[in-house]
Design a protein around this ligand. Structure first.
Ligand code: ATP
Ligand code: CA
Ligand code: CA
Length: 383
């Protein structure tokens, strides 16, 4: 047994399921490690990500009651799934693997593991997949988009959160003109989504979403300036409204040290991220080659450059999520015997294709637009 496996017992006691990763991954790695030499495997990265630091529970679960955890290094999301979803993933896996192998440029979720944790005759199923949204920067808006307008509005309790996940109708209200991309980026993105949707349709999968996180670079700049102004005025009259009084130069120095350290950690994290071949950023996923616009800024790599209607510079982090619902499974729950007699199998063929078409239409026409030349010349710098 490699030495690092002994350290795996330092899992986070706060998260009940941690023993499942510990056991499941230890088992997987233990078996592989008995072979004298082998290539680096996906599981090796998981060991580091999941067991070296506590997981964080996300506060934005969907209606299904699934619980979400994020690994401390920001790489993986762990989601509890239903029995049916776990079963479906197992059936899906060979075809899904083939597709990923043939076509690594994809926005479809990357599944790294499916674990079952048994506790008092209860089974908890966990899926590990790639995290799409970086937590090291502020996402000014987040959307879960399906291309449907029926009841697609974030409810009150969601809207009250510090970082709500909005839905289709909210998007149309916030971005009446959509999000603007360079023509090449737009084409690459839409092409990737078309290919992905074809795969999902072939598996009769429905109800998936495009998760979009928006970092507004200009907004972030304004926020930084504002914060600096507040700190400056706080220091000059010695009155820090935020509570703790400042203690002169020493305090400032230690703050500086803290900042340096944070920057260092961030840098290391971003290097680590680049090393993780298992991952591709949004930009890599769509194989777009437009120039990055954020080199000087302290933001994670790989966001897709875009602009809003005001010409502000945006970075988009996105991917397709929640694909473990097959129409074949849902049909049993939602359709009465009568509708099955009437529609027969034609329903199960047409529903996923209708879903995919509507999804693509919405993305290609409402959400993303090719940048008009009037927006191209950095109007945000005119101020
Ligand atoms: P429902 O079936 O009711 O839609 P669910 O429990 O299946 O919900 P998901 O739709 O998979 O949940 O995800 C819910 C939310 O969790 C998303 O809107 C998103 O905010 C977050 N989320 C899910 N997957 C990821 C991911 N891979 N990366 C980052 N965030 C994610
Ligand atoms: Ca969902
Ligand atoms: Ca779901």
């Amino acid at each position: 047994q490699p030495a690092y496996l002994n350290d795996m017992h330092e899992y986070d006691k706060e998260v009940d399921f941690s023993i499942a990763y510990d056991h499941g991954i230890q088992h997987a790695i233990g078996g592989l490690a008995s072979k004298p030499e082998r290539d680096l495997l996906m599981q090796d990265f998981m060991t580091m990500s999941m067991c070296s630091a506590p997981l964080r529970e996300l506060s934005n679960p969907g209606a299904s009651g699934s619980i979400f955890y994020l690994t401390n290094d920001d790489e993986f999301i762990i989601k509890t799934v239903q029995h049916k979803e776990g079963e479906f993933l197992q059936k899906l896996l060979p075809g899904y693997y083939l597709n990923l192998d043939q076509n690594p440029r994809t926005l479809l979720p990357k599944f790294f593991g499916l674990y079952c944790y048994q506790c008092n005759s209860k089974n908890v199923r966990l899926v590990a997949m790639n995290n799409l949204l970086p937590s090291s920067i502020k996402l000014h808006q987040k959307y879960d988009l399906k291309g449907s307008t029926y009841k697609r509005k974030a409810n009150k309790s969601e809207r009250q959160k510090t970082s709500p996940t909005y839905k289709d109708l909210d998007f149309m209200e916030h971005h009446t003109e959509g999000l603007f991309l360079e023509a090449d980026t737009y084409n690459a993105l839409i092409k990737t989504m078309q290919r992905d949707c074809r795969v999902l349709e072939s598996f009769k999968i429905m109800d998936y979403s495009l998760l979009v996180g928006i970092h507004n670079l200009d907004e972030a700049q304004r926020e930084k300036t504002e914060a600096r102004k507040r700190t400056d005025s706080g220091q000059s009259d010695g009155d820090d409204a935020e509570g703790e009084p400042r203690k002169g130069l020493n305090r400032t120095r230690s703050e500086q040290g803290k900042e340096d350290f944070t920057a260092q950690v961030k840098r290391t994290q971003s290097i680590n991220r680049q090393r993780l071949v298992a991952h591709s950023t949004a930009m890599e996923s769509i194989q777009a080659e437009s120039e990055p616009i954020d080199e000087e800024e302290d933001v994670p790599p790989g966001g897709i450059p875009a602009r809003n209607a005001r010409g502000e510079r945006l970075l988009l982090f996105l991917g397709i999520i929640d694909i473990l619902q097959s129409y074949r499974l849902r049909k049993k729950l939602e359709h009465t015997w009568k509708s099955m007699i009437h529609d027969g199998d034609t329903v199960s063929v047409h529903r996923p294709s209708f879903y995919a078409q509507r999804f693509l239409d919405f993305m290609a026409k409402t959400v993303f637009k090719k940048i008009p030349s009037s927006l191209k010349h950095s109007p945000s710098k005119r101020k």
